[in-house]
Design a protein around this ligand. Structure first.
Ligand SMILES: [Zn+2]
Length: 109
């Protein structure tokens, strides 16, 4: 049994939007730190650390977005749901939990 591509696509489009919104929000925070809860920051050092953290978060969100976009293009070219190592179908439960998985359970470890 393989996963329903329409369902997977809907799921991926939802994730794509989520990550894009998250990236925009983080970008906003980095560019306009004065909008933030400044009163809770004891000094600039903390503010800098907050921005470091945000830059990391943004990196992660960008990477996830890239995975999602890759998965969407795999749906388009018909290779969605195939393990990149062995070419077998990735387990349906795994794809439901992680719609942009590129490896089967065996090879994800
Ligand atoms: Zn595999």
């Amino acid at each position: 049994m393989s996963i329903d591509l329409n369902t997977a696509k809907q799921e991926l489009l939802k994730l794509k939007e989520e990550y894009e919104t998250r990236i925009d929000k983080i970008k906003d925070h980095i560019q306009n730190p004065q909008d933030d809860l400044n009163e809770h920051w004891e000094d600039q050092a903390i503010a800098y650390r907050q921005n470091d953290m945000r830059t990391n978060l943004m990196g992660e969100a960008r990477q996830s977005l890239m995975y999602v976009e890759n998965a969407l293009s795999r749906i388009e070219n018909g290779t969605y749901g195939e393990c990149e190592v062995c070419g077998e179908h990735i387990e349906v439960q795994r794809l439901q939990a992680l719609p942009y998985a590129t490896l089967c359970m065996k090879h994800a470890e």
